[in-house]
Design a binder for this molecule. Structure first.
Ligand SMILES: *Cc1c(COP(=O)(O)O)cnc(C)c1O
Ligand SMILES: [Zn+2]
Length: 469
């Protein structure tokens, strides 16, 4: 095997402190061989020697013409040092921005505070997934993988398909559920030439199958159960801090699906704190869709906690048994978070513990109204991302987020990923609204910006413009 990872500083380790079994960085694993737990990528920081202060990363800005400093992920290579620089696979991901929004701040009720939107939809494939895929691809290449697979609600497959086609390093195989994928995302996977398998079933079914098939055929799995993906996703937090000139905000609010982001963000802050690079930690809010609310149910209602690595796993088993007995399937308009069995549940609990976190659910109505607010005041986002804004509003109304706090909402995907939903919300076409949104319990489109029908007649057009603008 052609191993080109940094065996001297990086290794894999079971996340449960009572087990803590370690594995080489060159191993391809999706779980601990001893206890079945999730794995972390871990580092010997004394050898890796990261910068003494975060502002030291700014020196790299002057080398933006080089591929690694140019990448918003690998600019922070020193905080995810598992690969040698010459083996890193990058397509220039992570050129994303943090934008302050006063209109969304007003909407959520931050009267004296500040609300920022982190636009991860500006990544090359249009979602935050590229932050993780560059890291997973780097590891896959370093261990000599020729084929990579994922189950996807759409964006992971778009990202995998893009990295496979741009780099020509691997064949992409993607598993999607039937009828559960937004066309913007499906079109990417097809366009980029990935082998696309549409499984009869939903995401949770596809996820189970891809795990079986990957282990049977020795295909490299790039779902977020892959610990290397989460290393790349830590960089979202580094960029937020960078944009805030290394000041830690009060809150990070993120939608929760498979819980890779919340897990990665938590790990980022655990490490930054341990390294003495930050002196305080933001609070974390994870927002589930009401129709896919496993984390909310377990954390907020049933009291499941990480408990420093000894979570009450029987609560999880009981809940999943209940879901099965009731034949309950995840269901939300925000297809990217339509997941009932989040693979990173345990890591997310760890993040919630470290960041004094909270979990909330947003209905599809709240998600779409939040999304419309983002669209009206900025670059827009896909439905799942609207959950961040909906969640921030809820937490402000509850008084959990104070009116003077500094809040960062993560916008996970690009506005053009799911145009059907956006058009159905805005168009003012009753039949379309009913078919796409009404069937999911959405009743109104309070912030709709409908097209104005006008006769093909100069006077009528002039009149319409004067009347509306
Ligand atoms: C994948 C995805 C999510 C869910 O993120 P997790 O890390 O799985 O919780 C949310 N929004 C968008 C747009 C996504 O593509
Ligand atoms: Zn273990």
């Amino acid at each position: 095997m052609n191993v080109s990872t940094r065996v001297d500083v990086a290794f894999q380790r079971c996340i449960h402190p009572s087990c803590a079994t370690t594995y080489g960085i060159e191993e391809i694993r999706v779980g601990c061989g001893e206890c079945g737990g999730l794995l972390d990528v871990a580092y010997d920081w004394d050898r890796a020697r990261p910068p003494r202060q975060l502002a030291d990363f700014e020196q790299l800005w002057s080398r933006r013409h080089e591929p690694l400093p140019h990448s918003g992920v690998w600019r922070f290579h020193a905080l995810l040092p598992f690969a040698e620089p010459e083996h890193i696979v990058t397509v220039g991901e992570g050129q994303t921005i943090l934008q302050r929004s006063t209109s969304v701040a007003d909407y959520v009720g931050l009267s004296g505070g500040e609300l920022y939107l982190q636009y991860e939809g500006l990544n090359p494939s249009g979602s935050f997934k590229d932050n993780g895929m560059t890291a997973a691809f780097t590891h896959a290449r370093s261990v000599g993988a020729k084929r990579a697979a994922c189950a996807s609600t759409g964006n992971t497959s778009a990202s995998l398909a893009m990295y496979a086609s741009v780099t020509g390093l691997m064949k992409a195989i993607i598993f999607i559920g039937s009828g559960k994928i937004a066309y913007g995302k499906l079109s990417q996977a097809l366009d980029y030439g990935a082998l696309t398998l549409q499984i009869e079933g939903d995401f949770d079914d596809a996820m189970q199958r891809v795990r079986e098939v990957s282990s049977k055929l020795g295909i490299y799995l790039v779902n977020s159960v892959n610990p290397f993906r989460l290393e790349g996703q830590k960089s979202v937090m580094y960029r937020v801090l960078e944009a805030l000139r290394w000041e830690v905000p009060d809150w990070i609010v993120v939608p929760g699906g498979n819980l890779g982001n919340s897990s990665a963000f938590g790990k980022a802050f655990i490490e930054l704190k341990e390294l003495g690079l930050i002196d305080r930690v933001p609070r974390l809010a994870v927002i589930n869709a009401a129709g896919a609310s496993t984390l909310f149910e377990l954390y907020e209602k049933r009291g499941l906690r990480w408990q420093q690595g000894a979570p009450q796993t029987e609560l999880v088993d009981d809940y999943y048994a209940e879901l099965d007995a009731a034949h309950r399937r995840a269901s939300t308009i925000a297809s990217a978070i339509e997941i009932n069995r989040p693979v990173n549940l345990m890591k997310s609990l760890r993040a919630l513990e470290f960041c004094d976190g909270v979990v909330r659910v947003a209905t599809d109505q709240q998600i779409l109204d939040g999304k419309a607010q983002v669209g009206a005041g900025g670059f827009g986002c896909e439905p799942a991302s609207g959950a961040s804004v909906a969640g921030a509003k809820m937490l402000c109304e509850e008084g959990v987020i104070g009116p003077d706090e500094r809040v960062v909402c993560i916008l996970t995907g690009h506005a053009l990923k799911d145009p059907d939903v956006t058009v159905a919300y805005h168009a003012g076409d009753e039949e379309m609204f009913e078919r796409v949104l009404g069937s999911r319990g959405v009743k109104s489109a309070a912030f709709a910006n409908s097209a104005v029908p006008v006769a093909n007649n100069l006077d009528a057009i002039v009149q319409a413009i004067e009347q509306h603008a």
